[in-house]
Design a protein around this ligand. Structure first.
Ligand SMILES: [Zn+2]
Ligand SMILES: [Zn+2]
Length: 280
């Protein structure tokens, strides 16, 4: 089995450490392939994506590293691009023109309709609660349904290879404080979203970024992965590392979860295409 990770954030966005530190860590840990996926710039001020002015330096540095380390590791250059309705989308021509190896499509933000600002559904409880109260009249179910409507919308627009952290909206839902994943309405949202991803032939990411000693916090939840298998949706494994020493965090737990869901293969990006590799 190839050792790979395509989801990483350096100090160019909200990670710590230089891009080169990630490369060194990947070589030390015997990775075959490693991908950079800095957060693409947003059209408004924030403290977690790359500023637009830094994008050329990011592309230049990743290209330099690709050349310098070409005999040690296969490096790929990507971005994690947000989908923000009517504002930005991984399908925008702008990203095609950057000549990237791959794109991760993700949703992190929803608009607060009172203040006009965009807040995280995968960040702080305070932001989640501001959204629930200001935009959704105190109804969490409406927020969650809106999140998945946008995921389907992003999937329909396409332009990306990897569906990033599908159920990231559960991040602050510790002990089901906001919603219960076993409820029918939630299962129905997941079902129609997976159907959409299957139709659009995108790869579902198994993301170990927020495990924090609790493997049930891998994205997506184990039952969702089982449902994805019933749609034959291809999967891949990413750590969403924000530190060089986190690039293979919880990979063993994630592999076990894939096997338990019925998967025997996952996708890896070799040369210029996604191929199947046996999970071992
Ligand atoms: Zn993300
Ligand atoms: Zn990320």
């Amino acid at each position: 089995m190839f050792k790979t990770n395509y989801h990483s954030h350096s100090e160019f966005c909200d990670g710590t450490g230089k891009l080169e530190d990630y490369v060194k860590s990947a070589i030390e840990r015997n990775f075959d392939l490693f991908g950079f996926s800095g957060h693409a710039p947003l059209p408004f001020k924030n403290d977690w994506t790359m500023p637009k002015n830094d994008l050329p330096a990011y592309l230049e540095e990743t290209k330099r590293l690709k050349t310098v380390y070409k005999n040690d590791i296969d490096l790929k250059i990507g971005l994690e691009v947000d989908y923000i309705e009517n504002t930005m989308s991984p399908s925008d021509q702008y990203y095609r023109d950057l000549g990237l190896d791959y794109i991760i499509g993700s949703i992190h933000l929803l608009p607060d309709t009172n203040t006009g600002e965009y807040l995280g559904v995968e960040y702080l409880k305070s932001e989640m609660e501001q959204l629930i109260n200001n935009t959704f009249g105190g109804n969490t179910q409406l927020l969650v349904k809106e999140y998945y409507r946008l995921v389907r919308d992003m999937s329909e627009h396409g332009g990306f290879d990897i569906m990033g952290h599908l159920d990231v909206v559960k991040k602050t839902n510790i002990n089901s404080i906001y919603f219960n994943e076993t409820e029918d309405w939630y299962k129905a949202e997941i079902d129609s979203t997976l159907e959409c991803i299957a139709d659009n032939k995108q790869i579902l990411e198994i993301n170990t970024g927020q495990v924090l000693n609790d493997p049930t916090r891998i994205y997506p939840s184990p039952w969702i992965l089982q449902m994805a298998k019933s749609y034959d949706i291809p999967i891949m494994l990413n750590s969403d590392a924000h530190r060089p020493d986190h690039i293979d965090n919880y990979f063993e737990e994630a592999k076990l979860m894939m096997i338990n869901a019925g998967y025997r293969e996952l996708k890896v990006f070799i040369e210029d295409k996604w191929i199947s590799d046996k999970i071992t």
